[in-house]
Design a protein around this ligand. Structure first.
Ligand code: ACO
Length: 184
């Protein structure tokens, strides 16, 4: 199995985002099509395995020891479902992934068979934090979830990140997040 540049989802979706309806301010101005000098915001591809994708993810949580074969298998599954939108920011000079975030669309019978978006695994490599990339990724996924007709988008985060997500209009709900954890 080979690592290649095939995108997880159609990159046109990112190019066609209506950035004029973005309500988040950026100074200096950046956008999905212009994320900054030498940077590219695009869908994940399997070649990103060799560009430090897991090094970035490991700054969020335990990633486990994932081989390229296992990564490709999971990537192919995600691509087939059509519900996984993993975006990355690549430093094209270094050929390294420096940030990533994921939107997952969940299909419902309720709300007239609507879709709900879930934002997961938002992480910017530590050396690149504070340069608006986290903000750009989340703002991009919000626009993308609107484009994909999600009726809402939700996320779970640590208390220390609540203020970050409030910038986008996320509000803590009165529902309690519960889980049964089977392994780490
Ligand atoms: C759903 C989830 O995935 S939750 C997991 C979130 N990820 C993590 O905790 C992994 C470790 N942290 C990170 O990767 C980053 O610090 C992130 C993703 C939280 C933020 O990314 P950055 O690129 O550093 O943030 P960015 O530069 O875009 O900051 C944007 C704004 O948010 C503010 N901000 C950044 N981090 C935080 C925070 N934790 N709490 C409150 N405000 C914050 C900045 O001050 C800035 O404010 P401004 O626009 O008013 O100037």
């Amino acid at each position: 199995m080979l690592l290649d540049e095939t995108p997880l989802f159609d990159p046109v979706l990112l190019q066609e985002l209506d950035w004029s309806s973005n309500t988040i301010s950026f100074s200096p101005a950046i956008s999905p099509s212009n994320p900054g000098e030498g940077l590219k915001l695009r869908p994940l591809c399997t070649a990103d395995f060799s560009r430090g994708f897991f090094k970035v993810l490991s700054q969020l949580t335990k990633t486990g020891d994932v081989t390229s074969e296992l990564f490709i298998k999971k990537f192919d599954h995600m691509k087939k479902t059509g519900d996984y939108y993993v975006v990355v920011v690549e430093d094209t000079q270094l050929g390294q992934i420096i940030a990533t975030a994921t939107l997952i669309t969940e299909h419902k019978f309720i709300h007239s068979c609507a879709k709900r978006g879930r934002v997961e695994e938002v992480v910017v490599t530590d050396a690149c934090r504070g340069k608006q990339l986290g903000k750009l990724l989340v703002a991009t996924l919000i626009q993308l979830s609107k484009k994909l007709d999600c009726y809402k988008t939700t996320l779970e985060c640590a208390p220390k990140n609540v203020a970050f997500y409030e910038k986008f209009g996320y509000k803590a709900s009165d529902e309690t997040y519960m889980q049964c954890r089977f392994f780490d």
